[in-house]
Design a protein around this ligand. Structure first.
Ligand code: TRP
Ligand code: ZN
Length: 883
């Protein structure tokens, strides 16, 4: 795990592999501490390269090497060299040859959760990005594709279930039934990061799916015994995702089996191993009593995401890890589209944009900023970021906006047919769209290369005499530290000009062309767009649907914002207007508080909200989104420098209190009207009603009368589902009265036996703005149900504090920073990936006011001086402290 001076890997140093592996045969005998791995590789020099191939270098980490044989003959130790990172054979034969390698690995003590490990007694693997080298010696890079045959052997009682990629070809018993084996074969060549195995005592639910060409696929989801009834929603989502990919992208599943396994200890959400997806169990298990609507939704989207990888990631994989967005950005785009089709497009877009800004914009504005396709890395695991995933998805969305629906689909079809079975690049991807559409995307390519969020400053001038509206747009992008001045990018700007009656003015350009799609293409640093036949001054509604990931600046008075909030036909921008209005108001209150003054602001905004909330033509889920104020972190990001999270918290509450006071009666009525009745349904319509009900409850609790507290308590105590129960728990945990302790105790006693649900209890406490939260979190680290080696527990407790509780994480005495820094150092000893992720929650520290900045800097410096840091943490902390 520990390394010497970490070295950067660069995109420009990419070289094709010197050797190819055509076939892999693995024979793995599972054992808790001494698992034996026999690997037979069929290898040959890469024919695409001329000249001598040189030595064969096989990656390997934390392995015990037993033996190496070449073409059946044991290699003498002088025929190869062994380092902690590699096994090198100096002079392999010229033609095809066979390597037999035996290694021993220790799954039980593997707490890094990369390679082969054990989670609650289940053997499982995680090979992306570079975990396969912890199982056996291999060229661990995504452009080496091989066909795998895997034999697994284990104690029958310990691991009655044995799974790997592809199809089961054989199984049988050994030692009179004491042990058994299973053989799996995956006919599709794949990179080793997609290899997986599972062994354990699991139970499963099964179903089938018939593809549109009539092939029957056996589906199964494996879970811990007793959890079978909680896997049904995931199965339902899987079948919907399979049908959707056929309908929308023309993609069919290609094997006879598709297995999913839920495991408890998992570094991320889930993994798309070919034919054997492995999931964090919190993203599989759901029932009305145990899962919130947010979890139901997340399960649907992650199930779809991993399934969609079968084409975007597996059939077409990445040439090297710099191309990560090729599979991740594209697959996130696909899962967002799926969720939009299954649910409400507008609400989906609002929540995707909220998430993008909360995480990706913050990343792009701080020391961890990097291009969607990075050019260098020290530890690739640090690049599974919001920039690669979420901004990567935005880039695909912009391609669709620029080309239009049909050309986009033609480009995707061409990409699939041209690169099936290959390891591709971002250039290959864009080329397919260029070839299918005849459009030039060379300027668009800059989106993949230039880091940072472009800023778009716009203004609209209306000329009554000529009836023209002139839109002036200026784009700019701050250069990354030490980099050249960025070039102007191709920014698709979707817009509307809204007339006084709320209708959209037809967009006619000077030359008579009509913008049917409402999109203008900003390609220069400064550009004008002139619209003719505009009868009266319109209100501009810019960046509809968030057509590009930019920071938009447009001088607008409050009247215009209120007008759009009430009238924009584009529902996304109607929400955006409300959001902008609220955030502007909160920032004004912050500015006043900073000068020691109090100002009354926001009444017109609150009245505008009331109109939307009463509008029954708008679906409840949408109204719930509008009722949610921008988060404190949103405000901090917009303020951008000398941020005082304490003031933001006070200003935020002031506006929330005003809204609650102004809308009080409406909120009470809504609360009653939307209250859950009858049987629970996870369907979007029912979830939308719960969201609106809970949004009303939250605001009413800010008002804080005894009746409001009693309502929240009742909501908790009589909840018929986890959405209501968890929401009320989180709210009550924010208060200081006796209901807080009562609710926490009750929830704990009810759910202490469920390792998934209890995380809500940890998170509720970590999220509380109460001044003792840091001490509470510290105490909970010692709670018997907490475990530092479980990533879900770390995320629930420490991740929630650091990312979802700005006022207490950033408390003025630095107690939040110190606590998180201590835990980063502790976790780094066994799980560098999780340590580095937790550390990344400091990403906005430079935007803080001076005293907090000093304290956060101190905590980071202390981490940087820690002994034996992992490459993961070294890379992040170094960037974080760079001037
Ligand atoms: N490829 C996975 C996905 O996004 C994510 C992933 C990458 C991952 N590395 C991981 C998951 C390590 C778990 C552990 O779908
Ligand atoms: Zn993915």
């Amino acid at each position: 795990m520990k390394t010497d001076t970490p070295k950067a890997i660069r995109l420009k140093s990419y070289r094709p592999p010197a050797y190819l592996v055509d076939r892999v045969q693995l024979d793995i005998a599972l054992d808790p501490s001494r698992t034996r791995v026999r690997s037979r590789l069929v290898v040959r020099a890469n024919p695409a390269l001329d000249g001598a191939p040189g030595p064969l270098v096989l990656d390997g980490e934390s392995l015990e090497l037993v033996s190496v044989a070449l073409d059946g003959r044991q290699l003498a130790t002088r025929a190869y060299t062994l380092t902690p990172q590699a096994l090198t054979i100096a002079a392999p034969p010229k033609g095809q040859f066979t390597l037999d390698i035996e290694t021993i690995v220790d799954p039980e003590s593997n707490k890094a959760l990369q390679g082969l490990y054990r989670s609650r007694g289940v053997y499982t693997t995680q090979c992306e990005a570079q975990g396969f080298r912890r199982i056996t010696y291999f060229p661990d890079r995504p452009d080496v594709l091989a066909v795998y045959r895997v034999r697994l052997e284990a104690d029958t009682s310990e691991a009655p279930v044995l799974l790997s990629n592809g199809n089961l070809v054989e199984r049988g018993t050994l030692e009179r039934g004491r042990r058994h084996y299973a053989v799996w074969h995956d006919p599709f060549p794949k990179p080793c990061y997609l290899f997986a195995l599972v062994g354990g005592d699991l139970s499963s639910i099964a179903s089938t799916f018939t593809t549109r060409s009539g092939r029957k696929v056996d589906l199964a989801i494996y879970v811990e015994h007793g959890c079978e009834t909680r896997a049904g929603w995931a199965m339902d989502a899987l079948k919907r995702a399979m049908a959707w990919d056929e309908r929308v992208f023309g993609r069919e599943y290609d094997l006879g089996v598709f297995n999913i396994v839920a495991v408890s200890d998992f570094n991320m959400g889930a993994m798309e191993n070919k034919g054997l997806n492995i999931f964090n169990d919190r993203l599989i298990l759901a029932s009305p009593e145990t899962a919130t609507d947010a979890i139901f939704e997340a399960i649907e989207s992650v199930i779809a995401h991993e399934y969609f990888h079968n084409w975007t990631g597996n059939r077409i994989t990445c040439r090297d890890w710099f191309q990560l967005c090729l599979k991740e950005g594209l697959t996130v785009f696909r899962d967002q589209e799926f969720s939009g089709d299954e649910r409400s497009r507008t609400v989906q877009r609002i929540s995707d944009v909220r998430q993008l800004k909360a995480v990706q914009f913050a990343e792009d504005a701080g020391p961890l900023a990097h291009p969607v396709r990075p050019e260098s890395y020290i530890e690739i695991n640090n690049f599974y970021t919001a920039t690669v995933y979420e901004k990567g998805a935005e880039l695909v969305r912009m391609i669709k906006t620029i080309l239009g629906e049909d050309a986009f689909r033609a480009g995707m079809d061409l990409y699939f047919s041209r690169h099936d079975g290959q390891a591709a690049t971002v250039e290959d991807f864009l080329q397919a769209f260029e070839d299918a559409s005849g459009r030039d995307l060379s300027q668009f390519m800059l989106w993949y290369r230039q880091a940072g969020t472009p800023s778009l400053v716009c203004s609209l001038r209306y000329d009554k005499a000529s009836k023209t509206a002139a839109l002036e747009v200026e784009q700019s992008l701050r250069p990354l530290h030490g980099r050249a001045q960025p070039k102007p990018m191709h920014i698709p700007l979707r817009l509307g000009l809204v007339a006084a009656d709320g209708s959209d003015v037809p967009l006619v350009m000077e030359d008579g062309t009509r913008l049917a799609d409402g999109v203008v293409h900003v390609t220069k640093r400064k550009q004008h767009f002139r619209f003719t036949d505009v009868d009266a001054r319109p209100v501009p509604s810019l960046l509809r649907g968030f057509s590009a990931p930019v920071n938009l600046t447009l001088a607008m008075d409050e009247k215009d914002l209120a007008f759009l909030m009430a009238n924009d036909r584009d529902l996304f921008n109607r929400w955006q207007a409300a959001h902008t209005y609220a955030s502007r108001t909160i920032r004004e209150i912050v500015a006043a508080l900073g000068r020691g003054k109090r100002v009354a602001r926001g009444l017109a905004y609150a009245r505008g909200l009331a109109t939307i909330v009463r509008d029954e033509t708008l679906e409840p889920a949408y109204r719930a989104e509008v009722l949610k104020l921008p988060s404190e972190a949103d405000i901090a990001r917009e303020i951008a420098k000398d941020v005082d999270p304490g003031l933001i918290h006070r200003a935020h509450r002031q506006l929330a209190r005003l809204v609650a006071a102004t809308l009080g009666g409406d909120l009470e009525a809504l609360y009653e009207e939307m209250r859950a009745r009858g049987r629970f349904s996870p369907a979007p319509a029912a979830a939308g009603r719960r969201a609106l009900c809970n949004a009303a409850l939250s605001l009413l609790l800010v008002r804080g009368t005894p009746a409001d507290i009693a309502r929240a308590w009742r909501h908790f105590a009589t909840a018929g589902n986890m959405t209501d129960e968890a929401h009320a728990l989180i709210l009550l945990a924010q208060t200081a009265g006796p209901e807080r302790e009562r609710a926490l105790k009750r929830f704990h006693d009810r759910w202490q036996g469920d390792h998934v649900v209890i995380d809500i209890w940890f998170a509720a406490q970590a999220q509380s703005p109460q001044p003792t939260t840091v001490e509470t979190v510290e105490r909970l680290l010692a709670h018997p149900l907490f475990s530092l080696t479980s990533p879900n527990k770390v995320r629930a407790l420490l991740g929630t504090l650091a990312l979802h509780n700005p006022v207490q994480f950033n408390r003025p005495d630095g107690g939040g920073y110190a606590l998180v820094a201590d835990q980063v150092l502790a976790i780094d000893r066994f799980n560098p990936q999780i340590a580095a992720r937790l550390l990344a929650s400091f990403r906005s520290w430079r935007a803080l006011e001076a005293e907090r900045r000093r304290l956060a800097g101190q905590a980071l410096t202390r981490i940087a001086r820690g002994p034996d840091l992992s490459r993961d943490v070294v890379e992040i902390v170094t960037k974080m402290l760079e001037e």
